[in-house]
Design a protein around this ligand. Structure first.
Ligand code: IVH
Length: 673
């Protein structure tokens, strides 16, 4: 088979499996198999770069940053919806529709969730993704093609179908969202980096799509649900519902909660049903959209003042509630930032009881004029830490007490400082136990040194009992000291020691991120490691050298230089090095390859001892256990396998031969050279 054909086949396969995974949430192959296909394609494309096409799955990321987004004109304007706040307005809408088309018969409608995200349009030409733009003012938006391409659920090429011809040009529209869980994670990371949090998932989705550097967008977890089309030339359907099904067949993700209703009363019931799903969905919705199903009637109805006459948004009441601030306490984070937190009289918002809300900083408190004893409106913005929207002025009593930021740190009593360019007060005592605890938690966390079993409670004990004074101390704790901690048995202590030992191989990227240097997140850590290649070179880098790196701004440069100018930090790094912590990059491919995969070995292996096989799996990020459970990914069956194989055969676990296992490791050997 020619290389060109091989490439075409691999692209087709990868596109299809991407669709199974990201759109249908029903993968047919394992991540491992997918990665292998992807690597095969990358290898072929590396050999013959002239065969790389824009719809290749390898081309989702990698475009260089822009200075400014070009403007795009929407061929068909992107409209907005008129709103109905109650059932009576929904019935009025139905009456108007009937009047306009002069009928008294029932009208068929579709009802679907109104996603709270960012509206975009994507153009597929002859089935290939060619342009992605934001709604903008409805007539002109921004060309964010390269950013939308990083969203894995968006096909770069439409799926060909035997009974469907791909339209020469298809304008599809939808909403980009960030799931609540991903929003929460992103904000947690931002807080760790001392960056301001996004207010809600919508803002974080919009902020992520409008990044000038697609690499940043690629790291944000975004998703896109399509809800309609723009120009429909060459794409003829009788109804909206039919059309949505075609979009789905073509590989475009559509919301599964769309329903077809025979009349307006059924549509109202459907709206209520969607409303009842509101708190169970992984993303935010702020209403339900009712659309006339017949496209012919839609056409007849047309639009008025930038809204279609054939659709209406039924808006849900906002997830607000009123409660009282009983007290305001101050929490100290990893960066020393003091965050005021309101302790509330417990109240249920959207079915979840709320007892605390972040007040962010003193400026926010002053701006909103918040006092202890105030009645306030609290909001849950997507399953996250609730925030105080505003004070209910009429509910104010004599008992209001003003909050004043303490002059000393509540944890270590040293004086707090407010830097001139910042809204936050900080404790700047490096030995503050709250900062140390935060640093240790970050250092051990999954995305940093990934020390399994070293949870927050244990780390707090280590600090409170004076066992550790900095992150390097973790590598010098003898077994006896672990055993002195609460409820620590020999077996768990040994497991933690093993996990700490394993973390020494995490590699420079993770280590640099784990050190918690302000403004150095995972992305920046990677950039610095790619550029300098060793810890020593990073330590000695000057401001100018740092600033000369693409994507490194003055804030990062200043922060890195300041960090390594401190003697205490250099001695921590020395002690880490003396403990055997790897100060050079770990091969990223190898590192990720078996990440999180759980193996069980059974029977005798010809080419390895069990011990060697275990070491290799672990060095590639996987784990070896002795029993087959629902979490096992692979059972490697050697000669004369035991009962584990039988157990595996009766479950969904993938069973591989020693040779298949070896072929995983062969790729590994090739990559590490
Ligand atoms: S249909 C009027 N369907 O709501 C144009 N819109 O104000 C047709 N939205 O900007 C829009 N979910 O971004 C439609 N299922 C859905 C939607 C939806 C969210 C957004 C859309 C639009 C805004 C309308």
């Amino acid at each position: 088979m020619s290389v060109k054909l091989q490439i075409e086949n691999l692209k087709k396969k990868l596109n299809y499996h991407c669709y199974r995974y990201y759109v249908l949430d029903d993968p047919e192959i394992s991540d491992f198999e997918y990665d292998n296909l992807f690597r095969d394609l990358q290898n072929l494309e590396n050999k013959l770069p002239e065969l790389i096409t824009p719809d290749s799955p390898t081309q989702r990321v990698g475009a260089p940053p822009l200075k400014k987004f070009p403007t795009v004109e929407h061929k068909t304007p992107m409209l907005s919806l008129s709103n109905a706040m109650n059932e009576a307005s929904i019935r009025d809408f139905d009456k108007k529709v009937k009047n306009l088309i002069k009928t008294e018969s029932d009208i068929e409608y579709t009802v679907e969730p109104k996603l709270d995200g960012l509206a975009v349009e994507i153009i597929y030409e002859r089935g290939v993704f060619t342009l992605g733009s934001t709604r903008g003012d409805g007539t002109r938006g921004e060309d964010v093609t390269r950013n939308i391409k990083t969203i894995k659920s968006v096909p770069l090429r439409l799926l060909p179908q035997p009974d469907l011809s791909i339209p020469p040009r298809l304008e599809v529209r939808g909403e980009i969202i960030m799931e609540n869980r991903d929003f929460k994670n992103l904000n947690r990371k931002r807080a760790e980096q001392g960056e301001p949090p996004f207010a809600n998932p919508r803002n974080s989705a919009a902020g992520s799509v409008r990044q000038l550097d697609p690499m940043v967008t690629a790291q944000r977890k975004l998703d896109l649900y399509f809800y309609g089309t723009g120009d429909q030339t060459g794409f003829s359907h009788k109804t909206h519902f039919e059309m949505m099904n075609t979009l789905k067949k073509l590989g475009l993700k559509i919301n599964p909660h769309i329903v077809l209703c025979n009349n307006i009363e059924d549509s109202i019931i459907a709206c209520r049903e969607i409303e009842s799903l509101r708190n169970t969905l992984p993303y935010n919705i702020d209403g339900a959209v009712i659309k006339v199903n017949s496209l012919e009637i839609q056409n007849k109805l047309g639009t008025v003042s930038r809204s279609p006459r054939w659709a209406i948004a039924y808006k849900f009441p906002p997830q607000h509630e009123t409660t009282v601030i009983r007290d305001i306490i101050v929490q100290v984070g990893r960066t020393g930032a003091l965050t005021p937190v309101a302790l509330l009289a417990p109240v249920k918002v959207g079915g979840v009881e709320i007892q605390r809300a972040t007040l962010h900083n003193q400026d926010e408190i002053d701006k909103k004029d918040i006092c202890m004893g105030d009645s306030v409106i609290v909001e849950r913005a997507g399953d996250v830490i609730p925030s105080v929207v505003k004070v209910v002025k009429s509910g104010r009593t004599e008992n209001r007490r003003k909050f004043i930021m303490p002059e000393t740190c509540p944890e270590c009593s040293s004086k707090v400082v407010r830097f001139s360019n910042e809204a936050v007060y900080r404790c700047v005592n490096h030995n503050c136990p709250a900062i140390l605890k935060g640093n240790l938690k970050h250092f051990a966390s999954r995305r940093a040194m990934n020390i399994e079993g070293l949870g927050n409670k244990l780390l707090e004990q280590l600090v409170d009992k004076g066992v550790v004074g900095n992150v390097a101390d973790l590598y010098y704790i003898p077994l006896e000291k672990w055993l002195k901690l609460d409820r620590m048995a020999v077996k768990s202590a040994k497991n933690i020691i093993d996990a700490i030992e394993k973390s020494k191989q995490a590699g420079l990227e993770r280590l640099l991120f784990a050190l918690g240097i302000r403004h150095v997140g995972e992305h920046t850590a990677k950039i610095l490691v790619d550029h300098f290649g060793s810890m020593e070179k990073i330590i000695n880098a000057t401001r100018d050298e740092l600033m000369n790196i693409k994507d490194v701004g003055p804030e990062v440069a200043e922060s890195v230089v300041q960090f390594f100018n401190q003697h205490a930090n250099i001695s921590i790094i020395k002690r880490l090095e003396e403990a055997g912590v790897l100060m050079t990059p770990q091969n990223a491919e190898v590192d990720r390859k078996l990440e999180g995969k759980i193996f069980v070995f059974t029977g005798t292996l010809k080419n390895f001892t069990r011990q060697d096989a275990k070491k290799i799996v672990e060095s590639m990020g996987g784990k070896v256990t002795s029993v087959v459970t629902g979490r096992t990914d692979f059972v490697v069956a050697g000669a004369n396998p035991g009962s584990k194989l039988e157990k595996a055969e009766n479950s969904d676990v993938q069973i591989i031969t020693e040779n298949e296992f070896k072929s995983l490791l062969d790729t590994y050997t090739k990559e590490t050279g």
